[in-house]
Design a protein around this ligand. Structure first.
Ligand SMILES: [Zn+2]
Length: 289
């Protein structure tokens, strides 16, 4: 599932080629994941893409107004589990599960492909940056933009497991399973610890670890676990640098203990049982069994 570094990599690829280009036409295949397919076909043609940016795990395409229609629009795309956004020549072979084609005025095409169709595409009216994003509901701060104080305020005092808090898009926008597990391992924090019980030192360590993991993952162009590729179809390389995620039964790179996988907050979670000590209650509960 594309998380912050994967979406950021795609956005950077698109931002390098799309701004200034005009959408000439929209062609759709299966549309059950698109909020209003006819709005896409009717309202996008003729509009110029002014910028492409990331908001949490969403891609936002800011579109200029048309002459005679002063409304600025934004196209909003979420890649869900298996979404891909690629630019190519229109004669490029069409991959199975391609559901949307955006023809551009330079003759190229942007295609949306999604095997499982958990992604979404929608148009937002009222183009201003803050206005555009209010319909997304209350999303938290971007982990790369949040200050340490803001991060601490979002986590501390919350009686929920740290794993659940990091995944909660209302706390931080853009984190997902991979980077949560990797950040917790680097910070030596067990995923079932409560946010409220983390010490100031642990919170500092987690803040630093999370930002380092995300920045490194962006540098290595994301993690290609299942379907993720960048806007040119190239897989990322960060999966080769995962320390715990997807490494059940392998050795912890820090202490050589065997990495475990357990379900925490409804998600499979990878951690080192030695470097990341379980909270006392969990340890006691386990002894009873
Ligand atoms: Zn370890």
């Amino acid at each position: 599932m594309p998380e912050l570094p994967e979406v950021e990599t795609i956005v950077r690829g698109l931002q390098a080629v799309l701004p200034g280009k005009r959408i000439m036409g929209v062609r759709l295949g299966i549309t059950d994941f698109i909020e209003d397919p006819s709005a896409l076909e009717e309202q996008l043609p003729g509009r110029r893409i002014s910028s492409v940016r990331r908001y949490g795990k969403f891609l936002v395409f800011d579109l200029d107004s048309l002459s005679g229609d002063s409304r600025r629009l934004a196209l909003l795309i979420h890649l869900g589990m298996t979404g891909q956004l690629l630019t190519c020549k229109p004669e490029a072979p069409i991959a199975a599960h391609t559901h949307a084609y955006f023809a551009l005025d330079d003759g190229s095409e942007m295609r949306y492909r999604d095997i499982r169709r958990f992604g979404s595409i929608r148009i937002l009216a009222e183009g201003a940056p803050s206005g555009v994003l209010s319909p997304l509901g209350p999303l938290g701060l971007d982990p790369l933009e949040a200050t340490e104080e803001e991060f601490r305020a979002g986590i501390n005092g919350r009686h929920a497991r740290i794993k659940a808090l990091l995944l909660d898009q209302r706390v931080l926008r853009g984190m997902g399973n991979i980077y949560t597990d990797e950040s917790l391992w680097h910070a030596k924090i067990h995923p079932t610890r409560l946010g409220a019980k983390l010490s100031a030192r642990e919170l500092h360590g987690l803040y630093v670890a999370m930002r380092r993991v995300l920045s490194q993952a962006i540098r290595f162009r994301g993690s290609s676990i299942s379907d993720y590729v960048d806007s040119k179809g190239t897989p990322g390389k960060f999966q080769q640098r995962h320390c715990v995620y997807g490494r059940k039964g392998k050795k912890c790179p820090r202490c050589a203990a065997m990495i475990r996988r357990e379900t925490v907050a409804g998600r499979s979670s990878y951690f080192c049982p030695k470097c990341q000590r379980a909270p006392k209650k969990t340890r006691k509960a386990r002894r009873k069994h």
